[in-house]
Write a protein that binds this ligand. Structure first.
Ligand code: SAH
Ligand code: SF4
Length: 353
């Protein structure tokens, strides 16, 4: 299902059908969210049969859905080999007809960040381009016709740039004008900072895809202690990559900073963050750390979070405190993990299939 329109065109031509049928198939899948060949009513029956023989089918299915009291929906999706990941639908606070979807790119994650449930779990496997895109097709079905998914963020399970090829193809599919047609600026790739792949993303998409960097610490020793990736690509290399990322005018890189009590929340950290980011067009999101069962690390008090924000804004950064959404169904940042494993956060009263 992850063929591009031109690839579908080649596919139908090889089977003796006119080329325009290729675009019709792409349209059914990515515009209509229809993957059952029998429902593709404008295609001749033999072609529908060929599609079925080719194995066209949903690459993932919804195993269960979990509604949070704040309107956030978590979908647990299952892949053909039984692996499961999660995707989260987050209605905009001031207009719930507009939805942001958080999607996964890997089962688990190899990066090993100590504050993150996916990192603690380790990498099981990459997801395919089809599995990644299908999360959004299923998400769109879930939100229904009177609401729409406007933003997609790669902030679920996994490090998207570690699965570069599948993620890059998924980006092309998600933003294709004949398909879901999401705006590139409204698709955010969040990375722990794989420098070569940041460069690749910048050149492959001319900087049009929104980039978010998980910074989380502003000195190499501190960052390496909580994010092992920093031992390979340190802060000097990372900030150099951000400086050369081909941003268009008015566009800014998002800096994510998970605040962890006693680890990265001192006044000195605030001052050094301003120094580190000087001259890079950024907006900073502070995320008070969501608790995970595998770690004793915790968020600072709210008043401390606000003081940290003020220390940054006073020095000229634009800084937002990201409200935790969906934490009553373990759908908040960093809480997504393998379904059913003991290391995850399981909240009482939430049914799990
Ligand atoms: N692997 C990518 C994207 C997935 S994580 C990345 O690291 O950027 C999405 C965001 O949630 C990242 O900024 C990540 O650092 C953050 N995060 C991970 N665990 C968290 C936790 N326990 N509390 C708050 N944020 C967390
Ligand atoms: Fe992986 Fe991101 Fe979690 Fe780090 S924060 S372990 S990179 S998912």
């Amino acid at each position: 299902m992850a063929r591009l329109p031109e690839e579908w065109t080649a596919w139908v031509r090889e089977r003796g059908e006119p080329g325009y049928r290729g675009k019709q198939i792409f349209h059914w899948i990515h515009r209509q969210g229809v993957l059952d060949p029998d429902e593709m009513s404008n295609l001749p029956k033999p072609l529908r049969e060929r599609l079925r023989e080719d194995g066209l089918a949903w690459p993932i299915e919804v195993a269960s859905t979990h509604a949070s009291s704040d309107g956030t929906h978590k979908l647990l999706v299952r892949m053909p080999d039984g692996e499961r990941v999660e995707t989260v639908l987050i209605p905009q606070l001031d207009d719930d007809r507009v939805v942001t979807q958080c999607i996964s790119s890997q089962v688990g994650c190899a990066m090993g960040c100590v504050f993150c449930a996916s990192g603690v779990a380790g990498l099981k496997r990459h997801m395919t381009d089809a599995e990644i895109v299908a999360q959004v097709l299923l998400g769109r079905r879930e939100v229904g016709s009177d609401r729409r998914i406007r933003n997609v963020v790669f902030m679920g399970m996994g490090e998207p740039l570690h699965n570069y090829d599948a993620v890059a193809r998924a980006l092309v599919l998600l933003t294709h004008p004949d398909g879901l047609d999401l705006s590139k600026r409204r698709v955010t790739v969040s990375t722990s900072g794989l420098v070569n792949q940041i460069d690749r993303l910048g050149s492959d998409f001319q900087g049009q895809v929104q980039l978010a960097i998980s910074l989380h610490a502003v000195r190499d020793d501190a960052r390496s202690a909580i994010m092992p990736v920093n031992r390979k690509d340190g802060l000097a290399e990372l900030t150099a990559a951000l400086r050369r990322y081909p941003l268009s005018k008015r566009q800014r890189i998002t800096i994510e900073y998970t605040l962890i009590r006693g680890v990265n929340d001192s006044p000195r950290d605030a001052v050094e963050m301003v120094e580190l980011l000087r001259g890079i067009p950024v907006k900073v999101n502070l995320i008070p750390m969501n608790p995970i069962s595998a770690s004793d690390l915790r968020a600072p008090d709210t008043s401390h979070v606000v003081r940290f924000q003020q220390a940054l804004t006073r020095r000229g950064l634009s800084v937002f405190i990201r409200k935790t959404r969906g934490d009553d169904v373990a759908a908040a940042c960093g809480q997504l993990a393998f379904h059913g494993e003991s290391r995850r956060t399981v909240h009482p009263g939430v049914s799990r299939a």
